[in-house]
Every structure is written in C-alpha cells, then in structure tokens.
Design a protein around this ligand. Structure first.
Ligand code: SF4
Length: 368
C-alpha cells in the first residue's frame, strides 16, 4: 500500500492538470467545484466556475443571494437540485457556523446536499482530514487496481471500495490522495481503453494483470428510459414577452422556469381547454411549432410544441419575461430549445439565453 501510495502521489505531482480549483485550501471554492463537477464534465465546469465565484465570491454572498440569481448562474449546468442545495447549505454555514465550514466529517455531513462523497472531498481537500471520497473515477481505479468484481455503487462492492479509499486517505496526505485518484480515473484509467502503460499502478493492478479491464467495474443494471409525451405552449403576450411557469421544487426542472408543459400529446383544442382549466390561461389560435426530443438521465421527453398568443391577462403563477432578459432567470436547456424552435425567426434575434449552446445558435442564426 505504501509503495502504491507513493507512486500515485509522484504521478499526480508530475501529471495533474492545471485547474482553477486546484492548489488551494478555501473550503467554499473547493465545495463549489466539487458540486459543479458532479455529473458534469471538467470542460463544461470551466465555463461556469470563475463566473459563479465572481458573482458569489464568498459563502456569505451566496447565502444572501436571491434564488433566481443562483438558478440563473447555474443555468445550463443541469441537475438543478444541486443549486438549490448549495443555497440551503450556504445559509446553514452562515447562520449555524458563523460563515466557516465545519472542519469535521460529521459537521459537513449535516449540511444540506452534503452526501458521503461531497463531505469526504471537502474534508480531505480543504481540511486534510483522512476521509475517503469516491466518485465514479476513483471507483473505477480502485475496483480495477484491487480486482473488485462487485458493483462499486452498492452493497459489498461499495463497502470494499470505500474501505480501500479510506486506507489510502489515512496513509495520506489525504488532500493529494483524493485528487490523485480522481485525476488518474479521469485521464488514464478511462472507462474504455485505459492507458495502462502510463499508469503508476500497472505493476500492482489486478485487472491489468488478469486482463479483466473490460469486466471491471461491474456494469450497473439500468432500467430502460421511460418516454414521456408533453405538449409545450410558447405563449406570447401583447408586448411579445413569453409566459413562463416556475416548476414546483419537487418535480421535473424543479424551481426553474419553463413554458407551460401539459401532460400528453394534445390536440390544439385539448391544449386550449387544459391550459384554461389547469392554469387559468386563455389562448388564441395555436400554430404548430414542431416536435423535439429531450433526453434526461432517467427519461426521454417527447415534446409537441405550439406557439400562441395570450388572450386577456396573464394568470397568477405565469411570469411574462422579455426575450432579452431570459438569462436573468433559472432557465433549463429544455426552455432554450423549445423557444429556439417554436419562436418565429424574426424573434430569435432578441433571445438572450443563458446556455452557451443557445448563445452560439442565436449568433449563428443572426449571422446567417
Ligand atoms: S493499470 Fe490500467 S486498469 Fe489498472 S489502474 Fe492503471 S490504468 Fe487502470
């Protein structure tokens, strides 16, 4: 173990990527990076990290922020529950810990949104506590290195992997060990075709020795994705503002703004009556806006789009938003896609959307 630890640390020192959240001990900045990196690629996070910290440079500034502002800063990163938990955790750090992150694993685990991984990562990287932090990258490295055949995300496999990570963290230094394991998984021990010739553990790795790399880690059994059909209404008022609905916290796109989404593939007549009954929304003629497929982690959405005009006043619960001010709200990618597809070409020019993809698209359309 000692020799492997040393080799890993030497490899990390020579090969670690230069990333803005590296080489620091600020728990707040480390925490922001760890939350952003969950389920999200490093290249994507690089576009958000500094901008988020410019806007919320301290845990106090985040705790005092308006939820809409936080959602807007998060727009395009996906998994929006993370932004909600961050706001809650920031408030808890300020109100219960005088603005200082707890420097114990138990204290961190008690904060909203701090699961086993996040608490271990902040504890080890910011406070040098000998706490393990196993993400997907670290789990892949450890299972292959030790030849663990069980699924590392549950049961016995999970227990053994975390125990190995804990032994490594205890051998220390924990901050470097945590980051080195993740870095090795992200850059060398890749899911397919790992670069074993560049690996500091190739002489002790069981999967490499026994040619088990394609079998380890054990594949998760995924339930097939469910397809959900929705009817999306792009409703404009008399000032060409689009009506958006804040989705309930517990549901799909919780806490974010989307056009009204009605269950099922509805005809124009059914869409109008459902919008009236469920949202108190009176609509004019409905023009078809096409279809789009949107893939989420656990389901696929099949959206049928209509474009229409508001008749009378906007009901409570629906917010009229100028196309040039959409970036100020928490807008999921689905909203950008629906608007880009359903709005008339002339109005696309006025769209200011938060996601880079949308901005690029809007620019392309402007210049074409
Ligand atoms: S030797 Fe290959 S399979 Fe084993 S940990 Fe290194 S990169 Fe992964």
């Amino acid at each position: 173990m000692k020799k492997d630890s040393r080799r890993l640390l030497e490899w990390y020192e020579r090969n670690k990527r230069s990333l803005p959240w590296r080489n620091q001990k600020d728990a707040y900045r480390i925490w922001v990076s760890e939350i952003m990196l969950q389920q999200t690629r490093v290249e994507t996070v690089l576009n958000y990290y500094e901008r988020f910290l410019d806007r919320f440079p301290s845990v106090e500034s985040l705790a005092a922020a308006d939820p809409d502002e936080v959602r807007a800063a998060w727009s395009g990163l996906g998994y929006y529950r993370r932004a909600r938990f961050m706001l809650e955790a920031a408030k808890a750090v300020v109100s219960e810990h005088a603005g200082e992150f707890p420097n114990t694993l138990l204290g961190l685990r008690a904060l909203p949104g701090f699961g086993r991984y996040t608490a271990g990562a902040v504890a080890s990287i910011a406070f040098d506590l000998p706490a393990p932090a196993v993400d997907g990258n670290a789990a892949r490295v450890i299972t292959r290195w030790r030849g663990i055949r069980e699924d590392p995300s549950r049961g016995e496999g999970e227990r053994v992997v975390w125990a190995e990570a804990e032994r490594l963290a205890k051998a220390g230094p924990a901050a470097e060990i945590t980051q080195a394991l993740i870095e090795l998984g992200a850059t060398v021990c890749l899911p397919r075709n790992p670069s074993c010739t560049r690996c500091p553990w190739r002489s002790s790795c069981v999967a490499h020795r026994d040619q088990l790399i394609s079998l380890i880690p054990a594949k998760k059994k995924r339930a097939p994705k469910k397809t959900v059909e929705l009817t999306a209404l792009v409703v404009l008022d008399e000032r060409d503002r689009v009506l958006l609905l804040e989705q309930p916290d517990s549901g799909l796109f919780g806490g974010l703004y989307t056009p009204p989404l009605l269950e099922g593939h509805l005809s124009p007549r059914r869409s109008r009556s459902t919008a009236r009954n469920e949202l108190g929304l009176e609509l004019g003629e409905l023009a078809p806006g096409g279809q789009l497929r949107h893939i989420l982690t656990h389901r696929e959405l099949e959206l049928h789009l209509f474009r229409t005009r508001l008749v009378g006043r906007a009901p409570a619960g629906l917010r009229p938003v100028s196309l040039g001010r959409l970036h100020e709200l928490g807008i999921p990618t689905i909203t950008s896609r629906v608007l880009e597809q359903a709005l008339p070409e002339a109005m696309i020019e006025g769209l200011v959307l938060p996601s880079r993809r949308s901005a690029a698209l809007a620019t392309r359309r402007r210049s074409s």
